[in-house]
Design a protein around this ligand. Structure first.
Ligand code: SAH
Length: 222
């Protein structure tokens, strides 16, 4: 879904992306070839503030506007792979931020719905993604705790901010048999990446994958 453009054609950035995929993702056990290919193609440097461009392919999260962060590439890959995405899927993301994770998802599925609390992030992310040629992402501003009822059910849900407990509306908006990934735990404290599967009978199964550190899901809108 990515059109060729000046940003993604920079040979230096292409080389840095290939290295990122090899050393940060493959070497740590990311296996899904579609996820690896998407992350080799999406121009991460186009999603960070100018002073951060030289660091865009480093093995760490980076600060964006509104004191938020773009997740470490490995974390984006882990969460994306866990969702076991199919090309026809419709996916909900909570926490658009820079739009980078949305771009990776949009490379893999039919339609992405992304919710962001800060209009100062949502607007620029929309402009960035449309100028990069993504046509299959819908944006909304609001408190993602409530999900996006009008577009539910979703084949997968990715929550990019931490919360002390799993938001019930998100479970209800997840298609039975499918998965949600979400960092669970207190703000600034011990958080775990949880993969929740909604079973076909509507019950849920949760698997704890690893310790993580995410910015908090903030309730209400600014
Ligand atoms: N996926 C982003 C990283 C997001 S960081 C990227 O690829 O760049 C987490 C984001 O969640 C921040 O942008 C933050 O503003 C947003 N957020 C926090 N609380 C939220 C809420 N209640 N609803 C929607 N977004 C929220």
């Amino acid at each position: 879904m990515l059109r060729a453009n000046a940003v993604s054609m920079n040979p230096n950035h292409q080389a840095l992306r290939e290295k990122m995929v090899r050393t940060q993702l493959r070497a740590r056990g990311i296996l899904d070839p579609r996820v690896l290919q998407a992350m080799e193609e999406v121009p991460r440097h186009a999603f960070v503030p100018d002073p951060q461009v030289p660091h865009a392919y480093e093995d760490r999260p980076l600060v964006i506007d509104c004191q938020q962060t773009i997740s470490q590439p490995y974390m984006v890959a882990v969460m994306t792979e866990l969702l076991q995405l199919q090309p026809a899927d419709r996916v909900l993301e909570i926490g658009t931020g820079s739009g980078y994770q949305a771009a990776v998802l949009a490379s893999l599925v039919e339609q992405v719905y992304t919710l962001e609390r800060f209009p100062e992030l949502s607007g620029p992310a929309l402009n960035r993604l449309s100028s990069l040629g993504y046509v299959n992402i819908e944006f909304a501003q609001g408190d993602g705790w409530h999900g996006w009822l009008e577009q539910a059910p979703f084949d997968a849900i990715l929550v990019a901010c931490s919360t002390p407990r799993i938001p019930a509306p998100l479970v209800e908006q997840l298609r039975p048999g499918r998965r949600m990934v979400i960092p669970i735990g207190p703000e600034g404290g011990e958080q775990q990446l949880v993969c929740l599967t909604r079973e076909p009978d509507g019950s849920t199964r949760e698997e704890i994958l690893m310790s993580v550190r995410f910015v908090p899901l903030l309730r209400g809108i600014p």
